[in-house]
Design a protein around this ligand. Structure first.
Ligand code: FAS
Ligand code: PHB
Length: 393
């Protein structure tokens, strides 16, 4: 088989890249290790930056997000029983975020991929990117026990943190930066009306909590739990009781509980690999970086990587601007490190760490300092709505 861009991974990064390339008449083949249903069963991100929303419009897949997504002009931070509103719209001169689940985005992208007629292979095995340090890269894989080879111009490694693309780069090329946090997030999804219209990030002595949503009838909640916790030790009742104890009293009475549709524990880490490319192989999204979800940046950073790679490849195919190929990693990493820093900062300020009391008090003081003043709240707001995408010129 031949194509212009071989894409490994059919998560949001791979699907969005494939759809944008298709909009410019550039062919791609997507390879995915699991079934489409399995990809859709993962409950992940919920907050979309304006840059991502614009990209979805450019890809022609924004209709349902515009109809069903919920635009939010503010976000709230609870410190113990005090609720602080961060007026994103006022503080950023009119910017907002959209609440629209990653599952819905992936569903919209899969539907568009099918309509585009571009080739995708699910439930493949032994995917192996090869010869990408030369001019004729290719990818081999197996499907139903049969071996296949895709000859291509470029390979996009959109295969997440546990994919094969990053490890395929020779030893000694990559530098890894990592921070593993001493806790995880226990997430619960339920068909119950959300406790609050705005999202609430809660700093509490018992641990962090987050009140989010997927719609006005479907809630998404998270509790900070120690490492090693098992989801089977958390009954729905235990989850709801613990969440209620961490909620500020002004909203606790609004909590509507119900049976969980999904419950899982996600470990928290910060991770970046440099560079994000090698020859004709590009690392995109979670294949190159991971952030703790406290800043709602994971999926949004994946989107800005896709925007950069798409804009480079568009210029390569349309204007023969092959000089831009080597700019991908440098452009992506500037925005990635801003997102990594913001996610680390929000995680550090809002979570309960068991280290020495001095660090805890310094963290309390830092959060109070930024909440206490409009100009300092603006620093938080501008990063939460997302920094601008860097143009490719
Ligand atoms: P993904 O991991 O989504 O997709 C990679 C795809 O590649 C997967 O479908 C995988 O099956 C496939 N793949 C892997 N190896 C392969 C191989 N060898 N061959 C073929 N295919 C292969 N972000 C937020 O903003 N907010 C959140 O609340 C949030 N919660 C999260 C919870 C969890 C448990 C995780 C893991 C992530 C969370 N994230 C969150 C981040 C998440 O949304 C990612 O940023 C987003 O999924 C990134 O998309 P991709 O880069 O496409 O990677
Ligand atoms: C979610 O709704 O899943 C969500 C929202 C905001 C975050 C993290 C997760 O920061």
């Amino acid at each position: 088989m031949k194509t212009e861009v071989a894409i490994i991974g059919s998560g949001p990064s791979g699907l969005l890249l494939g759809q944008l390339l298709h909009s410019q008449g550039i062919d791609s083949i997507i390879l995915e290790r699991v079934s489409a249903d399995h990809v859709l069963s993962r409950i992940r991100a919920g907050v979309i930056e304006e840059g991502f929303a614009s990209l979805m419009k450019e890809a022609g897949i924004a209709d349902r997000m515009q109809a069903e997504g919920e635009v939010h002009h503010a976000v709230e931070i609870a410190v113990g029983d005090d609720l602080h509103s961060i007026d994103l719209f006022d503080l950023t001169g009119g910017k907002s975020v959209t609440v629209y689940g990653q599952t819905e985005i992936t569903q919209d992208l899969m539907k568009a991929r099918e309509a585009s007629g571009r080739r995708s292979f699910y439930e493949v095995a032994n995917v192996c990117p090869q010869n990408f340090d030369g001019d004729s890269p290719f990818v081999t894989f197996e499907k139903d026990g049969e071996a296949h080879r895709i000859d291509c111009d470029y390979i996009a490694g959109c295969d997440g943190f546990h994919g094969v693309s990053r490890p395929a780069i020779p030893d000694g090329v990559l530098t890894e930066y990592e921070r593993v946090y001493p806790f995880g997030w226990l997430g619960l999804l339920a068909d119950t009306p959300p406790v609050n219209f705005e999202l609430i990030y809660i700093k509490h002595e018992r641990g962090f909590a987050l009140c989010s949503k997927r719609s006005e009838s479907r809630s998404r909640y998270y509790l900070q739990v120690p490492l090693g916790e098992k989801v089977e030790d958390w009954s729905d009742d235990r989850f709801w009781e613990e969440l209620k104890r961490r909620l500020p009293s002004s909203v606790a009475d609004n909590l509507v509980t119900g049976p969980s549709l999904e419950k899982s524990i996600a470990p928290l880490r910060s991770f970046v690999v440099e560079p994000m490319q090698y020859g004709r192989l590009f690392l995109v999204g979670d294949a190159a970086h991971i952030v703790p979800p406290t800043g709602a940046k994971g999926l949004n950073l994946a989107a800005s990587d896709v925007a950069t790679l798409y804009n480079i490849l568009k210029r390569v195919y349309q204007d023969n601007r092959t000089d831009l190929i080597d700019r991908y990693s440098e452009i992506c990493l500037r925005r990635v490190w801003n997102g990594v820093r913001f996610s680390w900062w929000m995680t550090k300020m809002l979570h309960h760490f068991d280290e020495d009391k001095f660090e805890d008090r310094v963290r309390d003081s830092e959060l109070d300092f930024f909440l206490a003043d409009e100009n300092r709240r603006r620093i938080l707001a501008e990063q939460y709505v997302g920094l601008p995408y860097e143009p490719v010129e």
